[in-house]
Design a protein around this ligand. Structure first.
Ligand SMILES: Cc1cc2nc3c(=O)[nH]c(=O)nc-3n(C[C@H](O)[C@H](O)[C@H](O)COP(=O)(O)OP(=O)(O)OC[C@H]3O[C@@H](n4cnc5c(N)ncnc54)[C@H](O)[C@@H]3O)c2cc1C
Length: 311
């Protein structure tokens, strides 16, 4: 595309501005987008789309694109959960209503898991700087939220990588509302530097006695020989001892977000209705064996396991 065509496409297709950008390292970012339109009403835990034109440059070293003729002028969109910084500089709970941006927590995918499908959006998102423009969806949606959580329920958020994003926003909502039950977040990443909000979680723990955060790393030198994945955390009883109460389905909601392998959604045979759990063992199988039920909006089943798969 010619430079003037690109300038015109940006003008026509983009409706948001990068208001703030923080990169804990080259492949991880917390980004705030100020939409040109009033921020739509939404619930903590929901998501919206972000998009950039295929004409935008890609992150150096990321797998090259294999665009077909005509693709260059198209916009590529992906879903992103809304995150939240939870505390302000004075350690007060953030007043989200007084802000005009939407916060996201995004990891760079350098290569597609299928080599014929290079990642389309993140290599472009990671070229953005403050002040740059992009497309943001006008609809914020999703069933992954606190709708069925009662004020005295214990709430457990289990995530991998940036799967922490909706959990941060829901944690904010619970703590802001003086949640009476216990709240625990655990997040599994390769290295400690992959936890962009870890300082905030520590400050939250100091401020709210009912809040606990567990950081699990799999590639840090001190954890290499005894890696703990989210699944192990539950099976070993470590999760219950940290939260300080038994995992009781009658009073606990569990939220799972990120890598589908950690979540382990069972496959349902359309004819027989029989469900088969995936291998390796996922959290849903562990929890169902302990009496938990998966929330299923389509089947109108109000469960206490809620999940959001990122791919
Ligand atoms: C409801 C929903 C909410 C999401 N929220 C977030 C979010 O808050 N933050 C975020 O980083 N991503 C999130 N994602 C994933 C996001 O939509 C994109 O898929 C991702 O950013 C990669 O986009 P891409 O175009 O670069 O690569 P794609 O072509 O979309 O993905 C290529 C491959 O990258 C891998 N991948 C995708 N997402 C991730 C990830 N987050 N971490 C590691 N590997 C990944 C998968 O193997 C996938 O097949 C969400 C997805 C959904 C469905």
């Amino acid at each position: 595309m010619l430079p003037e065509e690109i300038a015109e496409a940006r003008l026509k297709r983009y409706n948001g501005t990068v208001a703030y950008l923080r990169k804990p390292h080259s492949d991880l970012m917390v980004i705030r987008i100020k939409p040109d339109f009033p921020r739509p009403p939404h619930r903590a835990g929901q998501y919206c789309s972000l998009g950039l034109g295929n004409w935008e440059p890609r992150f150096p070293g990321a797998q090259p694109d294999n665009l077909k003729p005509g693709d260059e002028s198209k916009l590529v969109r992906r879903a992103y959960s809304i995150s939240c910084s939870m505390l302000d500089e004075s350690d007060n709970i953030v007043d989200v209503a007084s802000t005009d941006f939407v916060e996201f927590y995004i990891t760079l995918v350098r290569e597609g898991s299928d080599p014929t499908k290079p990642p389309a959006l993140t290599p472009r998102l990671f070229m953005l700087r403050e002040g740059d423009r992009l497309s943001i969806g006008e609809k914020i949606t999703g069933h992954y939220n606190l709708e069925h959580v009662k004020p005295t329920d214990n709430v457990i958020f289990l995530g991998t990588g940036t799967g922490e994003a909706p959990h941060n926003y829901m944690t904010w909502e619970l703590l802001k509302n003086g949640h009476q039950g216990k709240v625990l977040q655990a997040c599994c990443v390769r290295l400690k530097k992959d936890l962009a909000y870890i300082d905030t979680h520590q400050r939250l723990m100091a401020k709210f006695p009912n809040y606990k955060y567990m950081a699990l790393t799999t590639r840090e030198a001190d954890t290499l020989t005894h890696k703990v994945y989210i699944q192990d955390l539950i099976s070993s009883g470590q999760l219950e001892s940290t939260i300080g109460v038994p995992l009781d389905p009658a009073s606990t909601h569990v939220f799972l977000c990120g890598n589908p392998k950690m979540i382990g959604v069972p496959e349902k045979n359309k004819e027989t209705g029989e469900r088969t759990y995936p291998q390796p063992l996922g959290v849903i199988e562990i929890l169902e064996r302990r009496g938990f039920i998966v929330d299923n909006n389509a089947a109108k089943i109000k469960g206490n396991i809620h999940f959001e798969e990122y791919w």
